[in-house]
Design a protein around this ligand. Structure first.
Ligand code: PAN
Ligand code: ZN
Length: 193
């Protein structure tokens, strides 16, 4: 016999879902090499290892047919002028997509294919982002006070490849510029290959 259907809430007043198996926290110290301004990173880290993002996962078997679901919460903040963001990854099984539904806050999803195509989509409450198979993805919080909270669903067997992004970065960066939010070319993209 299979599992029984289950229900949980993601609209409750607290930010966490009412059911989860894992709560992952990523602090500044775990994001070494991901932000452009290494001096700003070092100065900030010296003052404290602040929380950058968290993930609540309902853990399901890592097999085709299952769905991994959960919530991702990126806190407001910047390293130098670059907004707080997730590490970002390709799925290990490249041919798997993902759906994101934005619940709170504002930001962007930065995406790229292995061929170097790039896409950036705004995230705001009510926006649903469909990420087709093959697109690496990173969420960036640009709201000043509120965290960027998204609900995600992806195939059970997708897995994660972080190494490619650690090495190459994303082609675009989301920065605070003189006139507000700017999406700029990443001068270090694929430079360390
Ligand atoms: C999400 C992400 C989550 C954290 O569950 O894993 O937002 O981002 P990183 O995994 O890049 O640290 C997802 O896209 N899963 O596939
Ligand atoms: Zn993913």
């Amino acid at each position: 016999m299979g599992d029984l259907p289950f229900v949980f809430m993601i609209s409750s007043p607290q930010i966490a879902p009412t059911r989860f198996d894992n709560h992952i926290t990523r602090t500044l110290g775990s994001l070494r090499g991901h932000f452009l301004d290494e001096n700003a990173y070092a100065r900030m880290l010296a003052k404290g290892d602040v929380l950058v993002y968290e993930v609540y996962e309902v853990h399901r078997p890592e097999v085709p047919g299952e769905l991994q679901v959960g919530m991702s919460i990126v806190h407001p903040g910047k390293v130098g002028s670059e907004f707080f963001m997730t590490k970002g990854h390709f799925h290990q099984v490249l041919d798997t997509g993902e759906l994101y539904y934005c619940l709170r806050g504002e930001g962007f999803m930065v995406m790229q294919t292995p061929e170097g195509e790039v896409a950036v989509e705004a995230l705001a409450p009510g926006r649903v982002l469909y990420i087709p198979p093959r697109w690496a993805h990173r969420s960036v919080c640009t709201s000043r006070q509120e965290a960027l909270a998204t609900f995600f669903v992806y195939p059970g067997h997708a897995g994660h490849d972080y190494g490619t992004i650690e090495q190459d970065g994303f082609p675009k960066l989301v920065m605070e510029g003189a006139g507000g939010i700017e999406i700029i070319d990443n001068p270090r993209w694929r430079k360390d290959r």
